[in-house]
Design a protein around this ligand. Structure first.
Ligand SMILES: [Fe+2]
Length: 293
């Protein structure tokens, strides 16, 4: 049994999976051998029965909370009602990590059905720094920020994504969730080097890694004619596994989650992906050992 509270300091030892509602009954019944479970609070807040099951599970399993509803980059401000609901859930689950995206998803009080890109400017930095302080103040704990999946460069940006992340870490001391698949697909879509991005990522701030599947679509405007879309509807692709190995070499054996949200496969498939990530991490460890010896 890997997901016990005894394992709390050892989250990095075994890969976890995103826990989605269709799998929760099976996870409760079988307690699969994964390191930890990451949930989207918005789906469980909208499903009282799922929330009951999750609350039971969190008593003896490692859980992390990954929100898609805190619009940390929105000029309109953070939705206080949603933030208070998140606070209540975090108090209830006592997760090992709470995280969300560097993006915005609300406008005029309405939720937009997407994580939208931010222009990387001094003004956006000011907004994100202020909202991060507000979120952490209400939650009473650290809020880890994830790098986005990118499809366009906004003409108003005056910084690169990396420059923005470094500035954010320098100003706030926040930790970062590096979604390795997002790095791969953003680098492909925007035409930069994913390996160099990992090499220049704020290494000391890394608290967690994500791996997820993406969908290639034809797009004449993208170099090579293919746009990679962050659908979380497939297994992790081979180039993302290779980049993950590179990320582990630079960041060390960071806690990792396999994300799969759409066209959800049987739970066993997610567990296989987590085992595959464990193997990559083990190979990296042996490699480091051999070089040290
Ligand atoms: Fe992610």
């Amino acid at each position: 049994m890997a997901i016990t509270s005894d394992a709390r300091p050892h989250t990095a030892e075994r890969t976890g999976i995103g826990l989605r509602l269709p799998h929760i009954a099976e996870v409760v019944a079988t307690r699969p051998p994964v390191g930890w479970l990451e949930i989207h609070p918005e789906t469980f807040l909208a499903n009282p029965h799922g929330l009951e099951l999750l609350t039971d599970l969190a008593r003896d399993s490692l859980v992390s909370v990954h929100t898609v509803g805190i619009s940390i980059g929105s000029a309109d401000g953070v939705d206080r009602d949603h933030l208070m609901r998140l606070r209540a859930l975090v108090d209830r689950l006592n997760p090992v990590l709470v995280s969300g995206h560097l993006a915005w998803s609300t406008m005029g009080g309405a939720y937009l059905n997407d994580l939208l890109p931010l222009p990387y400017t001094a003004e956006t930095l000011r907004v994100v720094v202020a909202h991060l302080a507000e979120v952490q103040d209400v939650l009473g704990r650290a809020y880890v920020i994830e790098n986005p999946s990118s499809y366009v460069t906004l003409a108003t940006s005056t910084m690169t994504e990396l420059e923005f992340l470094h500035a954010l870490v320098n100003e706030t001391g926040c930790r970062l969730l590096c979604d390795v698949s997002n790095v791969h697909l953003s680098a492909h879509n925007m035409g930069y080097d994913a390996y160099r991005f990992i090499d220049e990522f704020p290494v000391d701030a890394v608290a967690e890694l994500h791996l997820g599947g993406f969908t290639p679509v034809n797009d004449e405007a993208t170099p090579g004619g293919t746009l990679l879309v962050d659908t979380h509807a497939h297994a992790v692709a081979e180039p993302a596994w290779k980049l993950y190995a590179h990320a582990l070499r630079r960041f060390g054996p960071q806690p990792t989650i396999i994300e799969w949200d759409n066209d959800l496969p049987p739970l066993a498939v997610l567990i296989e992906e987590a085992v595959k990530a464990d193997r990559v991490r083990e190979a990296m460890r042996e490699d480091r050992h051999a070089h040290a010896g």
